[in-house]
Structure formats: C-alpha cells, structure tokens
Design a protein around this ligand. Structure first.
Ligand code: TNX
Length: 498
C-alpha cells in the first residue's frame, strides 16, 4: 500500500499508484489554460522552487509535461488530476474545477520530496455549492490589500464566497453616492483607538474582480436593522436612541469602550443597542437607496441584510422590517441572505437564505428560526459559532480572540462537527453550504487574521468541500490532524502567517 498524500480539504477520491512518479525539473513543460498556468506559476513562485518554471520558458528536453485543461466533463467545480512518470494532467469540468485542481497540485508539489511527485489519481468535487469565509471590515477596517490576501488564502482552500461585513455600530465601510455622509461622517474610527477607513466604489470593484479571478463571489452585507449606530453619525433622524438594556451594560462592563451615545463614534464591543427607526418611511427610502447601489456594484446573486442581534428593536417591528427588506432585495433581482434571527418573521421573501450562527447543538430556539427559511423555499448556510467562528480563541492564553461561543475553540472542536447533524429538519439538500466568519473586534491586521484563521480555516474548508463524515475513511479528526503539519508547512511557504 502506498500512502495517500496529505491534502486539505480532503478530496472525494485519491488513489495512490504504486509506480514511479514525475520528477519536476527545469525541463518540465507546463501548458494549457492561461489563467491556470498563471495560477500554478504563482504557487510555484511562492514555494520558491528553483525549477525554472515560467510562462515564457521553452524547456529543451523531455522533463515531463504538466497539462492544465478544461474539458466540460463532470459536475460544476470538479476536476481530475493524474500524475505518472510522463507528467501531470489536471482536467477541470469548468474553469473553477481546473483552478481547484491547480490548488491540489500546489499542495502535492509542496509535499514532494526533492521535486518527486508521487504517482496518483484524484477525482474531486465539492459537497456543497457554497463555501464561504466572512471578514468583518467594520469593527476594524481592513484595506483592500488585506482583503486580497485573505482571498488568496481562502481560494487556495477551495472556498468560493467572500462575505464582507461592511457596516456595523463602529463604522460604515463602503462609499454610497446617494448617501455620501455615511463614509464622510461614520467611517473614521474602529474598535479601540484604531483608525477607521472605507472603500470607494472602485476599491469595492477591485475586491470583486480580484475575488472573481480566483473563483470567489463577494456577498456584501449591510447589517440591518440593528448594528446601525454608525448611521446615527450621518443620518441621525433614521436611528433610535441607543437602548441601554442590561445586556448592553453588561458587555460595556465586560469589554470596556464606554456607553454608546447617539451621533458619537462608538469604539467598544457591545452589541444589540442600536436600531433603525422601523416606523419611519424615510428608513425604507434609505435602505432601498443603499441596497440598490450595492446590488448594482455586485455581480454575485446574494445580498446579505444582516438581521442579527437587533435586541433594541421590538420583536413585531423587527419581523415587519426583515420581511419588507428581504422583499426590497428580491425586487432588486438578488437573493436575500439574513442571519437566522430573521426566521422569526413568517413572511420573508420566498427563497431567502438563512445563516445559522448558533452552536453545533442548537439552543434558545435558534433551530426553529433556521427552519423558517427552508419552509419559505430557501436554504441554509451553516456557521456554528463554537466550530467555525475563527475569532474565537484557539487556546486559553491566546492574546487575541473572544470566548463567548462555549469558551476556547480548539482545532479539534473546529473539525469535529457534521453539517447535516446540526439542525433537525435541515437535511443535506436544504444546506446551501458552510461559512467561517472572522469578526474583528480584536483583529487589527493581516497577521492577526492569519493567527486566528490558521489552521482552523482548514477544518471549515473540509466541512464545506469534503465528503460527509462517516462516508470516507479519511474524513476523520485523526486523519486531519495527521495531514495538518504537511499543509501547515505549505501555508508558511506561501507566506501565510500560519
Ligand atoms: C456575534 S454572531 C455577532 C457579531 C460579533 C460576534 C463576535 C453574529 C451574527 N453577530 O456582532 O462580532 O458575535 O464573535
């Protein structure tokens, strides 16, 4: 028996072949789809492999052949990869599939001893259509370059959606032509004493294009009707006074940051105190303007309206608001996405997607709310906080991160959960996919992002891409743990602070 190579996320099928593999040398020829050749070239450059690989290189002798092609054969995003002594063939069913085959090849190359690729046959396809990462650019603003770097990391793990949390109590991060005061007045600060910032619409387009080139779709979120304190700095007439309920005062006490004041920047970590004015018609004109601009800027199908932790909004008002706003999104031609709380409303726009952020074992009726989306013909994105929230501390003494999701989230806890077992009544076909959020209250820059994301982002990738637990002998924590050191070396060689 030849050992299977270490790969993350685990492919559908890997068949090691007991035969000589391919020695990669300066004479190895790489041909095929231009984008895929460039993607492989980028990985090889990161790996600093002195093989003379290059786009403009014409190898002289017979050093084997790496051929990257799209052949239309198979499910979306699937690929086949074969290595033998004569070369490597990667065939994608589509361009995304080929891109993922190249990512797998990168991991194989990095693990190859002295440039000798093992002989192997791989057939691979994703379990779920939606595999997401979320970056909160509101609590701490993160510049375009940081977002691009995170896209690189995620795309290498076969994630295909980037959810950007663009607004929150602490700041509004995307310029709006119709409501210019949002970024003029409400983007200057972040949590603590850190500077704020915002994206121009061109910056946003750059992020969308960078993501698209790596087969990732941007899912923008404007968080409504809570998490809207920043709006009070720009358009105070649209927002209520902060609700200083006990849960808010508790978080102020626990985390500091002071009491939120209407119209003043908020630099703390409390949640659930802000609300748009639900009964003011101007509120819906505002929401429509902002969402229309966002829909126009966004080629992807999804538009996220938040809806989480609106603890300062009366329940009936909240339900009426999310029902109305999901319809606004649908009328703009997009599929609305909302955090699971929006499932409290029974008349959401049909097809609204729900994002579940409760625990792996649901509490407080969060599973009931999540089932509403399925009843309304929508599907569910699973983001169980005690498994895939990348902002939870991985160890007790970790310098950054939070602990509210049942304490420390070890790599093992991040790995050991099975999507179809989270919510009764939400079956495989009801699950759109898996998303790993990274909230940034304690996350100031790319090195903080890397420190929290790695290696747990690999576990989330496997939950979204790889076969269901129990259906494949290597879809186990023991196997993942054994593969991790090899892939961690690969991440470090690519310059990720893993
Ligand atoms: C909860 S879970 C939030 C965010 C915080 C996060 C911190 C959810 C939809 N909302 O507002 O940033 O916890 O982990």
């Amino acid at each position: 028996m030849v050992a299977a190579p270490s790969l993350i996320p685990l492919p559908l099928s890997v068949t090691p072949v007991d035969a000589p593999g391919l020695a990669l040398t300066a004479e190895t020829e790489i041909t095929g789809e231009t984008d895929a050749v460039a993607a492989l070239h980028g990985i090889l450059l990161d790996l600093d492999l002195d093989l003379g690989f290059g786009l403009d290189r014409a190898p002289a002798g017979d050093g084997g052949h790496v051929e990257l092609s799209v052949d239309g054969d198979g499910d979306p995003e699937s690929y086949r990869l074969e290595v033998d002594a004569s070369g490597v063939r990667v065939r994608g069913a589509d361009a995304a599939g080929l891109f993922y085959g190249v990512q797998t090849l990168g991991q194989l190359v990095a693990a190859a001893d002295a440039g000798l690729l093992p002989s192997v046959r791989i057939a691979d396809a994703p379990r779920f259509a939606y595999r997401g990462v979320m970056l909160d650019v509101a609590r701490h603003f993160h510049p375009v370059e940081t977002v691009e770097a995170y896209i690189d990391r995620a795309a290498g793990l076969k994630f295909n959606h980037l959810h950007l949390h663009l607004s929150d109590d602490q700041g509004w991060r995307l310029a709006s032509a119709s409501r210019p005061l949002l970024t003029e007045r409400a983007s200057g600060t972040s949590v603590g004493d850190d500077p704020g910032g915002f994206y121009t619409q061109d910056d946003y387009r750059r992020i969308v294009a960078y993501a698209a080139a790596r087969h990732m779709t941007v899912v923008p979120e404007i968080d409504l009707p809570g998490h809207t304190h920043a709006v009070s700095l720009a358009y105070p007439e649209l927002t209520e006074q902060p609700v200083l309920a006990p849960h808010v005062l508790e978080t102020v006490e626990a985390y500091g940051g002071g009491i939120p004041t209407h119209g003043e920047p908020y630099r703390g970590l409390a949640v659930g105190f802000s609300s748009l004015r639900i009964h003011a018609e101007e509120t819906y004109a505002f929401v429509t303007d902002v969402l229309r601009e966002l829909a126009d800027l966004t080629p992807g199908h999804y538009l996220h309206i938040g809806g989480d932790e609106a603890l300062g909004t009366p329940a009936a008002d909240y339900a009426a608001f999310v029902a109305r706003v999901t319809r606004i999104v649908a009328d703009l031609g997009k599929v609305p996405v909302a955090w699971h709380e929006a499932g409290a409303a029974t008349d959401l726009a049909p097809g609204t997607v729900g994002q579940y952020w409760g625990f792996v074992t649901p509490t407080d009726g969060m599973d009931d709310k999540t089932r509403t989306f399925v009843r309304r013909g929508g599907r569910v994105i699973l983001s169980p906080a005690d498994a895939v929230y990348l902002d939870m501390k991985p160890t007790d003494d970790f310098p950054i991160g939070l602990t509210w999701a049942r304490g420390v989230t070890s790599v093992e806890r991040a790995y050991r959960w099975e999507p179809v077992e989270v919510i009764d009544g939400v079956a495989e076909a009801d699950i759109l996919g898996v998303e790993a959020p990274l909230w940034t209250e304690t996350v100031r820059d790319l090195s903080d992002i890397d420190a929290l994301a790695f290696p747990r982002i690999g576990a989330a990738a496997e939950a979204g891409w790889s076969p269901r637990t129990g259906t494949h002998p290597d879809r186990t924590w023991e196997s993942f743990r054994a593969r991790l050191p090899v892939i961690s070396r690969y991440w470090r060689r690519r310059g990720y602070g893993a």
